[in-house]
Design a protein around this ligand. Structure first.
Ligand code: FUL
Length: 460
């Protein structure tokens, strides 16, 4: 009697500890803007400009603005295409390295205002921001610090020029969700330092909710390659000591650092074609849905966001081939992850409040008892189910914790390993080498840097 009572008490207190809504957060964790950023998963990139017409990847700065003449530019088509693919933000090359501005900047003549497009009255950034607002997609801006056209480039006064253009873009087009800052530099600028501090400060003043992308953040970091692949181990934390834009170790950026003292999650950029700009010769080289899906698994499925480039063509439209490939990607994602067989599945251990783990809401979570850095969480799928993929999510608003885990399925009474991994982070997608049929699956968290907490455990 007494034993039962004590056991009951123990169970009750463990249950409370496991279900408690607020375990202490790690000291390194996302800001609300970074959290919103990571929840997007998919972002679109638009490279368009004079290179679209000269058929180059990098311009020279000597292109004539008269060459920019898209015959049917329609930013609503870009937004429609992106939205249909599940993208939440669209980032445009307002200015690429060649210096040609897609908006009528008052600080240069090298822009749409001297092009024949819309009789020189056009503004691509305006059209995109309007279309984004109407379509419920966020706007992002790529403003290349490298400017091959601008006469002050290479001298100290260029920083002021860059700040002036930044101010135009951040005050005239409504909210900007992301600023894309690339570190490329011209040979003629060896004696000039980009004043990144001042750039970041101005962005902070004018659009404090915007996340800043660069090799080293501070909002989001480059993942270290342009294939769209995050490391199999991928921490949202890094150290930035001794690194800066253009001066970062790409391998380090790829995996992040469990000892990182800054939350700067990884963004995986890749183009749907070999190049970033549109080239008719690459129409037959658009990535297939299967390749795009593999990239998705290696970016979104490894705690990254996928920034996928869709370059508008000479008409100013995303090409039919690209639109079809994106639809294919969407359908691959739907085929793989459309039906979560673990939704609302009870967790077998009586002490665990399983609803939080299988409720389809990544804001809620299930935690182990405070201080417990390993845990087993077992799902009962109700009947034998075919399992091809497993998805795990941590409640990253508390920081990133899991360092080592394995997933197992019960087969004829014994637990058989299906997959092993290191980090989970915002989302970890595991494609099983061999699909299995099972009624019970479990995740064994072997090591974590703080109390174990999982937001979602899904099975497909
Ligand atoms: C790079 C640039 O040099 C490429 O042209 C492209 O814009 C890519 C996304 O970033 O640094």
């Amino acid at each position: 009697m007494r034993t039962t009572f004590l056991f009951g008490m123990a169970l009750a207190s463990v249950r409370m500890a496991l279900a408690q809504p607020d375990i202490p957060a790690n000291s390194v964790k996302p800001t609300p803007a970074q959290l919103r950023y990571q929840q997007q998963e998919l972002i679109g990139f638009l490279h368009v400009g004079v290179n679209t017409f000269s058929d180059r990847e990098w311009g020279t700065g000597n292109e004539s603005p008269a060459s920019f003449n898209p015959t049917a530019l329609d930013a609503r088509q870009w937004v429609r295409t992106a939205k249909e693919a599940g993208m939440k933000t669209l980032i445009i090359t307002a200015k690429h390295h060649d210096g040609f501005c897609l908006w009528p900047s008052k600080y240069t003549e090298h822009s749409v205002k001297n092009s024949p497009w819309r009789g020189g009255k056009g503004d691509v950034v305006r059209e995109l921001s309007d279309a984004c607002r109407a379509g419920g997609v966020k706007l992002g801006i790529y403003l290349s610090p490298w400017d091959m056209h601008e006469p002050t480039y290479g001298t100290a006064s260029y920083n002021q020029h860059y700040l002036n253009q930044l101010r135009e873009l951040l005050t005239n087009y409504g909210p900007v969700a992301e600023l894309w800052m690339d570190g490329a530099k011209g040979e003629n600028a060896r004696n000039m330092e980009y004043d990144f501090e001042a750039y970041r400060k101005l962005i902070g003043e004018l659009q404090p909710q915007a996340v800043i992308f660069s090799d080293v953040g501070p909002g989001v970091r480059w993942i270290g390659n342009e294939n769209g692949f995050a490391g199999e181990t991928c921490w949202s934390t890094i150290r930035t000591d001794g690194m800066d834009i253009g001066k970062a170790d790409s391998k380090y950026l790829n995996t992040g650092d469990p000892a990182g003292d800054k939350w700067i999650p990884g963004e995986c950029d890749v183009s749907i074609r070999p190049g970033w700009f549109y080239h008719a010769a690459e129409d037959a080289k658009v990535k297939t849905p299967a390749t795009l899906f593999d990239i998705y698994l290696k970016s979104v499925g490894r705690n990254g966001t996928l920034l996928l480039n869709l370059p508008p063509d000479k008409r100013g439209l995303i090409k039919e081939e690209d639109v079809a490939a994106l639809r294919g990607l969407r359908s691959e994602i739907r085929k793989a992850f459309g039906q979560n067989k673990a939704l609302k599945a009870p967790v077998a251990e009586a002490i665990i409040d399983g609803g939080k783990l299988t409720d389809g809401d990544n804001n809620t979570y299930l935690a182990a008892a405070n201080g417990q850095k390993n845990a087993v969480m077992t799902l009962n799928l109700g009947k034998e189910q075919l399992v091809r993929y497993v998805a795990l999510q941590e409640p990253i608003r508390l920081g990133q914790r899991v360092m080592k885990f394995r997933v197992e399925a019960k087969q004829q009474g014994t637990w058989v390993p299906l997959a092993t991994g290191t980090t989970i982070g915002y989302k970890r997608l595991l494609k099983l080498e061999k699909p299995v049929t099972a009624r019970q699956v479990r995740v064994v968290i072997e090591e974590a840097n703080n109390t174990v907490a999982l937001a979602e455990f899904s099975v497909y």
